[in-house]
Design a protein around this ligand. Structure first.
Ligand code: ADP
Ligand code: MG
Length: 384
């Protein structure tokens, strides 16, 4: 991919490009915790966007997407939104930087990527972060990495129409090989936790459930509202409670009688998940991969049984994982209703488990699930 991006640049624009990359991500644990002001635990992966970029003279930028074989000319400082979806991310980043008082000059660029599409590994954040990091570095704009993450997030909000949280951009920019990032969604403070499964004889693998049950954004909004409903019941007695982050299972239980059963179950999942993540961080500090994996299974049970965002396909994969000695953890990753199961497994069982799972899944659902390896890697950087 890197060679292709460089070759296309040379062919179209000549020599002298700088090469930048920023990765996609996995999230080990901490699902539906971000909007409840809890923690998430993402890691950057060995798959990303790669861009060859050079300042251009004049006001017009020339951008070429290798993967879509599509070129656009656009004024990054102008007010005309480019047509192709992929170009909106780059234009949006430049616009968000201009809003913060730092104008991005014209560029020539080619780029491509290898973040699997539709796997929930956040190819869009990789794209925004690649260009945000590159503009900042190349033109000396002086943004911090955290500011660049906000710029990427606001690009999604304002130029793509996706009201996403900040985890994906944050980890794409801050990723570190051999570590995951414990990110506090309340104040964006963070801490690295050691996570180097290969060194301990483990492997992280995603298995795509292949089916997206499109229940639209409605389910997501409903979960958020149920969490807020729980918070207001607790806050009526404890005004210091502003989010589910501020409470615990015992307090939740105390007001259970005042809540609809559904609201209680949603809140219980979130409160337990926040606790599970904190305990899981202790496991990582101590190198206890099996204990960490058990928490991933527990998260899946909560997402499936209490939060009700799983699917038969996702449950099937997690059941198969649980039945295999040596697969130490597995859970649906992302908001739910489809996407991937993230696994933590012993290297010694990995190939046999995955081959067997593909056969079994195919026999049950008539599709062969895609298998995606993930090595925890560094975040945004200049390559050459
Ligand atoms: P994801 O969960 O992977 O972030 P999104 O729908 O948010 O999925 O983002 C996917 C979009 O990001 C694509 O439709 C495309 O516009 C852009 N994108 C991602 N990867 C590439 C790539 N390699 N080349 C061009 N555009 C890309
Ligand atoms: Mg995205």
């Amino acid at each position: 991919m890197i060679d292709k991006v460089k070759k296309e640049f040379a062919k179209r624009f000549g020599p002298g490009a700088a090469l930048y990359t920023s990765p996609g991500r996995v999230n080990l644990i901490g699902e539906h915790t971000d909007y409840n002001m809890g923690f998430v635990l993402p890691g950057a992966v060995d798959k990303g966007i790669y861009a060859a970029i050079k300042p251009a003279s004049g006001g017009v930028s020339h951008l070429y997407s290798v993967d879509y074989d599509s070129e656009v000319s656009v004024d990054l400082a102008g007010d005309v939104l480019p047509k192709p979806q992929w170009a909106k991310y780059i234009y949006g980043v430049a616009q968000e930087m201009a809003k913060r008082g730092r104008k991005v000059p014209a560029i020539d660029a080619t780029f491509g990527g290898n973040v699997p599409l539709g796997a929930g590994m956040s190819s869009s954040a990789a794209l925004e972060s690649t260009f945000a990091f590159a503009f900042n570095d190349m033109f000396g704009l002086g943004f911090t990495l955290a500011e660049l993450a906000v710029i990427g997030q606001m690009t999604e909000h304002n130029y793509v129409g996706v009201k996403c949280g900040i985890m994906d951009q944050f980890i794409s920019l801050h990723g570190r090989a051999g570590h995951v990032l414990k990110l506090d969604c309340r104040d964006l403070s963070f801490e690295y936790k050691p996570f180097d499964p290969a060194a301990a004889g483990y492997r992280v693998v995603l298995v795509d459930s292949m089916v997206k049950h499109n229940l639209s954004g409605g389910e997501y909004n409903e979960r958020r509202e149920q969490c807020e409903a729980g918070v207001s019941i607790i806050a009526a007695h404890n005004p210091e409670v502003k989010s589910l982050r501020d409470t615990d299972p015992a307090t939740l239980d105390k007001y259970r009688g005042e809540m609809p059963g559904m609201v209680y179950r949603r809140c219980l999942y979130v409160v337990e998940e926040i606790g599970r993540l904190l305990d899981g961080c202790d496991d990582l500090d101590a190198g206890r991969y099996d204990a960490f994996g058990a928490k991933m299974f527990a998260t899946h049970d909560g997402l499936s049984g209490l939060y009700n965002v799983s699917t038969p396909e996702l449950d099937f994969i997690v059941d198969a994982a649980r039945a295999c000695d040596g697969v130490v953890g597995a859970r649906l990753m992302g908001g739910g209703f489809g996407g991937c199961v993230i696994h933590l497994m012993r290297e010694s069982v990995a190939d046999a488990y995955l081959a067997d799972l593909q056969v079994k899944f195919n026999a049950r659902f008539g599709l062969t699930p895609r298998v995606i390896g993930a090595v925890i890697s560094d975040g945004a950087r200049r390559l050459e």
